[in-house]
Design a binder for this molecule. Structure first.
Ligand code: PM9
Length: 475
């Protein structure tokens, strides 16, 4: 993978200084943040690997696009430019802009899901599953088993298990399945791609039962690059061609343009069915804004359109994923337990292996996030039991097999030297791993708890009896 030497297909025109803190400053900061990296102030962070969402560097063309914002309330020319770009690069017919991905998830879930419906998908994503639940649906994971094993090196761990999917259809009935949810790539599995062969088979199966496919296309260009690199028959196709082929196999999509499309804010819902579009553009005026701006400024729509065209360029993807691989390979060589194969938007540390003495009730990945920050000022994101939330029926924690700390790489932001610093910091924490104790949750919000939960350090690593919460919906 990523065989050729690569370098960034751009040069740097503007820089933003970062804060070099002391260890005592960081100790205080993480304690004040309740040991939750989401609650740190960004100015206390040295290298920010919390997310690749809205954190990428825009190009000079995107910044220029901001100046072309047509801020008319209705019918802004930037909307038409975005619509044209989506038609051209993704092939979807109808577009409804939203302020970000979850705005689109809300709308499509409310339109397509009825109480008691079941939505199969290739692993849950936090906001996506919550919107499906809030609409009365139940998410069922039908990803292949390999995806739940951090050491399994199957190259397409984002694939759907066709047998699991067909068994589910037969069990609940096709009429209870409004759509199959397909994500490119699969974030919670470690940024893993799905193959076109698998997607074609899913299309065939869903056609047989008359079921739609809704595509979470947040990182579709990254998925397309992986297909180009490793799927038989795609080496000579461009990323742009593969993106179009993926989209053509689905009925509609939700997009968080803050990732692939490299804008600080923005998203959309795109569909091929006029009736769904008609309902969506009516709903968007209630929750987001008029259907030609969807909660965004005209300038945001223009930057998004330009970002989409930049995201599907082969040389961009080569450098973007090349950088993630550079980091992953170095960590792997040092013996750090990471999810394999290396994902496309970040390197995921396997916290169960990194801190085997900390039980999942003591939040090993959350603990590791706090330790890495204290060590180095590097901020990463927990993707384990805290993110997985609680079982809606029992109120117990959901215990995912994957207890991960995500080192997410923003696009076009950091250099190879930053990657080397990250490796050094992770190795330093690894060396003193046996002395690390776990955390206890002291505050838990009802929805998407990972964003705002607070923790305290514990003295011993014995499991906690997990607190139950009333009226739990989440996730
Ligand atoms: N992903 C991420 O850091 C943002 C914060 S965590 C909720 O990975 C997928 C695959 C995503 C995603 C956000 C959304 C929601 C949908 N699908 O954040 O609402 O990775 O734009 O998108 C984050 P928005």
């Amino acid at each position: 993978m990523i065989k050729n030497t690569w370098a960034e297909p751009y040069k740097i025109k503007m820089v933003e200084p970062v804060f070099m803190s002391t260890e005592s400053h960081r100790k205080k900061a993480i304690e004040e943040a309740g040991f939750n990296t989401f609650l740190l102030k960004s100015e206390d962070v040295y290298i920010d690997l919390l997310t690749d969402s809205g954190t990428s560097a825009m190009s000079d063309r995107q910044w220029a696009g901001l100046m072309l914002g047509d801020e008319a309330y209705a019918g802004s020319r930037n909307f038409y430019s975005l619509e044209e770009t989506i038609n051209k690069y993704y092939g979807y017919k109808y577009v409804v802009p939203t302020h970000q991905g979850r705005g689109a998830e809300h709308i499509i879930s409310q339109i397509l899901i009825s109480e008691g419906d079941v939505i199969p998908g290739n692993m849950y994503f936090t906001t996506t599953r919550l919107h499906q639940q809030l609409a009365g649906g139940k998410f069922v994971d039908v990803i292949i088993d390999e995806a739940h094993d951090p050491e399994n090196i199957f190259p397409f761990k984002g694939n759907i298990d066709l047998e699991k999917l067909e068994d589910l259809i037969k069990e609940v009935g096709a009429e209870r399945i409004p759509y199959v949810a397909i994500a490119t790539t699969v974030n919670m599995a470690g940024g893993q791609p799905l193959s076109l062969a698998n997607l074609k088979a899913v299309r065939e199966l869903t056609d047989k039962y008359g079921i739609k496919i809704i595509h979470d296309m947040t990182r579709v260009a990254e998925n397309a690059f992986m297909i180009q690199q490793i799927e038989e028959g795609y080496a000579d196709k461009s990323v742009a061609e593969i993106v179009l082929e993926i989209c053509s196999l689905t009925d509609g999509a939700t997009m968080s343009a803050k990732k692939d499309a490299m804008v600080n804010i923005g998203g959309f819902l795109a569909v091929n069915d006029y009736d769904i579009f008609d309902q969506a553009r009516n709903m968007v005026v209630v929750y987001e804004g008029l259907h030609t701006y969807g909660g965004l400024a005209g300038r945001d729509l223009e930057a998004m359109a330009i970002g989409i065209s930049e995201s599907v360029r082969d040389e961009h993807m080569h450098a973007r994923i090349g950088q993630v691989y550079y980091l992953g390979k170095k960590l792997e060589k040092k013996g750090i337990p990471i999810v394999l194969p290396i994902g496309t938007h970040g390197v995921f540390l396997d916290a169960k292996k990194f801190l085997p003495h900390i039980p999942q009730d003591r939040f090993p990945a959350q603990t590791l996030a706090a330790e890495l920050y204290t060590e180095s000022g590097i901020r990463a994101m927990e993707r384990g039991v805290v993110s997985a939330g609680r079982n809606k029926e029992t109120g117990e924690h959901n215990y995912p097999d994957l207890e991960l700390l995500r080192l997410t790489i923003p696009r076009r932001v950091y250099t190879q030297a930053h990657m080397d610093v990250i490796v050094e910091a992770v190795c330093n924490v690894f060396e003193r791993r046996e002395s690390i104790k776990g955390l206890k949750m002291t505050y838990e919000p009802k929805y998407l708890r990972f964003f705002q939960a607070r923790f305290e350090q514990v003295k011993h690593t014995i499991p906690e009896v997990s607190l139950k919460q009333d009226a739990l919906l989440e996730v």
